[in-house]
Design a protein around this ligand. Structure first.
Ligand code: FPP
Length: 234
């Protein structure tokens, strides 16, 4: 099978999934967070080394106070329930986003998860929380400019040098980006990192996204002809 080291997923459709069953939208987020564990295990078993999940965007603050408050409590629920298992499996948790703007208790849970797992060498489970890609690139540019002004960097910056300023520093580029729930947009996600990613949009909502659907996505990916701007070898 074609190598696929890094899969990114836009976990969409939690709210619609719940509403279709007469449940509150928050029930979808709860089911969605349990599905993060299911898919992390499946991804790791399928040989994926980096799984990067969009949990909360810089634009998601526009949702109702109740919904935002509920999502902010999910990391505590999630890591209390699954952290030991993730540690036993050797997963390393990385949280991407501006964590200092989160409620302090949420920030602490996320930072603790990173700290406790930082020596692990298994699956990199990357959760994007208060993440927006334009903001990530802007912050990277500011950081670089500050380094230039401080004499710590010069103007000979190339792409690899700039990547070191991104929140994904040290990660390989995204090979496959999946969005669930039928929408076909990128929504300010990993704009730099998906430059040559293959894209797949699946109809299943995130709570319905099973390991079999992930397998189907990887099979489809394995048939793609990745040329990275070159020409097809004949
Ligand atoms: C998109 O569905 C989903 C979100 C904005 C929240 C995603 C959060 C999780 C899956 C849980 C995060 C898990 C951890 C561990 C923090 P939507 O609500 O936009 O669905 P809709 O398009 O049907 O309204």
């Amino acid at each position: 099978m074609k190598e696929c080291r890094h899969v990114a997923i836009i976990m969409d459709g939690n709210g619609r999934w719940a509403q279709a069953q007469g449940l509150p939208r928050t029930a979808g987020h709860l089911a969605g967070s349990d599905n993060v564990r299911t898919i992390a295990i499946a991804a790791s078993e399928m040989g994926i080394q980096y799984l990067t999940l969009y949990a909360f965007s810089t634009e998601n603050w526009k949702r109702s106070k109740d919904e935002v408050g509920y999502i902010m409590k999910l990391p505590a629920y999630f890591f209390k329930k699954y952290m030991q298992e993730f540690l036993d499996r050797g997963y390393r948790m990385n949280i991407l986003g501006e964590l200092d703007a989160l409620p302090p208790a949420t920030e602490k849970v996320l930072k603790d998860a990173m700290e406790e797992s930082k020596k692990n060498t298994g699956l990199n489970l990357n959760i994007c929380m208060n993440y927006g890609s334009q903001r990530e690139i802007l912050l990277a540019a500011k950081h670089y400019a500050a380094d230039v002004l401080a004499g710590k960097a010069d103007l000979n910056l190339d792409e690899a040098g700039f990547e070191k300023y991104l929140m994904t520093a040290g990660f390989p580029p995204v090979d496959l980006l999946i969005r669930t729930s039928g929408e076909e947009r990128i929504s300010n996600y990993l704009l730099w990192q998906i430059a040559y990613a293959e894209l797949e949009f699946v109809p299943e909502s995130w709570p319905e996204f099973t390991p079999d659907v992930l397998k189907r996505c990887l099979e489809e990916y394995s048939h793609r002809d990745r040329r990275f701007g070159g020409v097809k070898n004949v």
